[in-house]
Design a binder for this molecule. Structure first.
Ligand code: GDP
Ligand code: MG
Length: 177
């Protein structure tokens, strides 16, 4: 049995009728350097989301432009590129029912100031757009999460090969069936 082949085959079995989705999360270098990886991952595990891929990657400027292609050219882009390339990130693919929306809910708003307590960006940061922009800084918000399903598909294929994603059962699956 070739586990790589087996996993990549089973990973693709979802169809349009299910609400089962995969989404990309990045613990940005700030989160890694602040030793927040465990606490951040805990939030997703607590919500019953399944980790189907995870690795540590230090991306370069070119890769940042691919990942943040929609933001290249904006006033804050240069600072954002510096922020995402200043150290390694933890890249995670999470799977679950309406995972894109559910993960964004756990993460909070783009702006930590507007993110309520209980969200990752609200609990571990408090920065505002205004302050970040007045300093020429990126909005330091610790974490990236795909904004919609289309973005999730594009980002997962940019960050992960099919064979790096795994199909397996967790306790949560018994409640979903
Ligand atoms: P996200 O999907 O919630 O991460 O937000 P966006 O896709 O709109 O922006 C990507 C990242 O760029 C954000 O997470 C912030 O780190 C940064 N960013 C977005 N908008 C601004 C802005 O207006 N000013 C600054 N300084 N940074 C921003
Ligand atoms: Mg976004």
């Amino acid at each position: 049995l070739n586990p790589v082949k087996e996993n990549s085959k089973t990973y693709k079995h979802f169809n349009n009728l299910t609400c089962m989705e995969n989404t990309l999360v990045l613990v940005k270098p700030e989160g890694v350097k602040r030793h927040l990886i465990g606490k951040i991952i805990q939030r997703f595990e607590d919500a019953g989301l399944k980790i189907i891929g995870m690795k540590q990657v230090w991306v370069d400027n070119e890769f940042s432009k691919q990942h943040y292609s929609e933001h290249v050219g904006k006033a804050f882009y240069e600072s954002l590129e510096k922020y995402i390339t200043e150290g390694p990130v933890i890249a995670i693919v999470l799977q679950g029912v309406n995972a894109v929306e559910n993960v964004r809910k756990v993460v909070g708003e783009s702006e930590p100031k507007s993110s309520p307590p209980g969200t990752i960006r609200g609990d571990f940061a408090h920065m505002s757009f205004q302050h970040a922009d007045s300093k020429g800084n990126p909005l330091k918000n610790l974490i990236h999460a795909s904004g919609n399903l289309e973005e999730a598909k594009k980002e997962i294929s940019l960050w992960f090969k099919d064979y790096e994603l795994h199909s397996y059962k967790t306790m949560q699956d018994y409640f979903l069936e």
